[in-house]
Every structure is written in C-alpha cells, then in structure tokens.
Design a protein. Sequence first.
Length: 455
Amino acid sequence: MYIRKLTSIMAMVIILCLSGLGRTQSSHPAEDSHVSHHHRGHQEAAATVTLDELIKTALAQNPSLQAARQTVGAKQARVLAEKTLPDPTLSFQTMGQAIPFKLMQGDPSSGRTVSIQQDIPYPGKLELKGNIANSEAEAEQWNYEQIRRQVMADVKTAYYGLYLVYKSVEVIEKNRQLLRTMSRLAEARYQAAQGNQQDILKVQVEITKLIDKLTLLDQRRSTTEALINSLLYRQPDTPLGRPAEFTKSELHYSLDQLNQLAQSNSPKLKNQDREIHRNEYQVQLAKQEFYPDFSVGLSYVDRDEMREMYGLMVSVKLPVYFWRKQEPQLQSAKLNLDSAQKQRDNLGSTIAYNIKEAYLTATTADKLIQLYTTTAIPMAKLTLESSLASYQTGAGDSLSVTNNVITLLDYELKYHEAVTDFQKALAQMEPIVGVDLTGPATRRSEIKHDHAADK
C-alpha cells in the first residue's frame, strides 16, 4: 500500500515537471517552482538584465570603441591641413660692415632686406592631398562602424551564451528533483523486495552526472559574465544578473540577399573601398610629382640715404632626377593600388564564406528548433508518461523511466542550445552585412544600395 501511494506521488511530481518542461519551449518561459533552494535563491537575488541595457553601456564605455572614435576625429582634422598651402617664409638680411655693424655709406649693394617667400605646389597637388586625407578619414569612419557593430555582436553573443547557462541550470534542476524522487521510490521498492539495487544505482549515477553538469555550467556562467564585463569596461566580478527572456528572432533573408546586403552595407568592404580610393589618389599624385613646384617672393631693401629697392622672385623646382625619385614613387603607388584591390577581392571572398557559414548554422538551428518543439520533445514526454504508467502498474521498471527522463532532459537542453545557436549566428552576421538581424524585422528594401549615402 505504501509503495503504491509513493508511486502515485511520484507520478504527480513527474506530471508537474513535464508541464514545467513544456513551458520552457515558449519564448517567455515561466519560473520553475522545483528549482533547488540554492540555485533559486541565487537567481531571485540577482536582478534581471536586458540585452539593450548591456549594449547601451558597451557603446558608451568600451575603450576600443572610444579609441576608434577619437581616431576618426584625428583623421578628419587633417583634411583641411593637407589642402592648405605651405607656410610662407619671412626673412631679414643686412649687408654692410661687421664691426661696427652698420651699412656702408655709398655702396649700392649695402642695405637691409626684408623678404617673404611662398612655395606653391603644381596645380592639382593640394587637391589630391586633400582627397587622400579625406579618403583616410572615411576609411577610419567605416572602421569605427565595424568596431561598433562588432562590439554589439560580441555583447549579444555573450548574452545569449549566459542565457543558455541559466536555462540549462533551470532544466537540469527540474530533472534532478525528479530523479531524487525516483531514487527514494527505488529505495522503498528495494526495501520491500519489489525492486533491485541496480535501479537505485542507476538513478544515483544520473544524479551525479547532473551535478557534474551544474558544476561546469557554474564555471561557464562566471567566465561569460567576466567576458561581458570586459566588453562593458567593468571589473570581471561585477554582478550582472539573470538575462531577461527574449523572443526568438526570424531570419528574413535568403543567402543571396544576405550577400547583397554585405556588398551594399558591410563596413569592412566600405573601409577597403576607401583604401582603394586613397591609393588611386596616391597614383595620381605620384604622376603629378613629375611636374615642377613653384615659389614666389617679394623683397624690400632699405639703403638708408640711397633710394629703397623692391624685388620680385620666381623659382621653379625641376624634377631632374625623376628616374631615381618620381619613377620609383609612381611604381610604388601603383603596386599599393593593386595590393588594395587584391585585398578587396580576398575580403569579399572571406565575407561570402562567413555569411554562408553563419547562414547554415542559423537555418540548421531553426530546423532543429522545429524538430524539438513539434516532434522530439512531445514524443519524449509521451514516452516518459507511458513508461511511468507501466511502472505504476508493475509492468515496467525504473530503469526505463530513468532513461526516458534523461532523454527528455537531453532534448530540452538541445532545444535551448539550438535557440542560442540561432541567435548567435544572426548576431555574428550583423557586423558582416551591416544591418540588425536580431532586432525588429529588417526591411527588405535595405538590400538596395543607397548610392547617395555611399558617396
């Protein structure tokens, strides 16, 4: 009679656990009432933190992002300076006696001379230098955008990893409570000569495995929190809190559309395009160096009692050693341009590979999510309920129930892992394609290239 009553109690516990496990498949799972006292106390004591809060803090405090922002300002400040004429030269000269220092009376070559001289580069050189500096500033601006999106992607990836840790602990704790109940029942049956010791040992081994998983998850939680804190420029042990629930994103683009997005919006490609422009201007400037630069000057000569004189000077810098100077400079500029174009080709190929890898990860994870929610988890629950019913009537054994509990646990963990993999894959694509994929649905019109913004 006692054994039958205990079996009924266990059945009620399993039903409650199964209903709780089913709720974890939704986008907003409820808190579980069967979490152990230690973990429940830890989770309730910790405040909930949202992804938006972490991203906002990272964008405001991340040192690499601040450094990139300052570099952009530094590059932009150079543009005007590069387009400006060189500083003029003001000089003073006197011709006369050394001791005492004075002009020589009656000598027309003796006098005090004040002159000013201005170097003037060949027409077009200053404009090209300005274009080079402007291209460098634009390249640095796109580098800043790349770092900004990469920081956001890193925060998202770490956040989803931390979320997976908390959900895994939640699922494992539910199953550990269930296995503990089965262990007590197996011991009672063994004492009543209705079971065997193997049932008890099997359950205890599975409980030990779960404890092992919880220990590893606690380590992962600490390291992931430290990673997030480093991205937020905080101390590694700064408390974060439990990640808030989120709604699974949807991938609204095909592989071809993602590649098209990358060609139009990728900060890395934009940066490399600006590098190509800079090298094109460098080639044009190297060709201009074959033409002479000029210098003009005015002078005033004070000769005391004699009439003052004025002078006008024009000089030309002749590139007579062009085969040793200008020719090598032009060749170097052309090689740098060819190198930048090859790097652009290589970068495009690498981006296409990275997009496909992340796309396959996302689509595979999405298929697994559908498999777990529509087939695997419901069938595992039905199998567990069936084995429990057989166990209640004495036709089944506890080993079957234990194995079915572990099977359901594995599917639950794989479900949350698939959701996390899907979100991570989308987050990792965002710096590549240059648009937000994990937030609100992105408009398909974004795949159209904005030529005005690109200029």
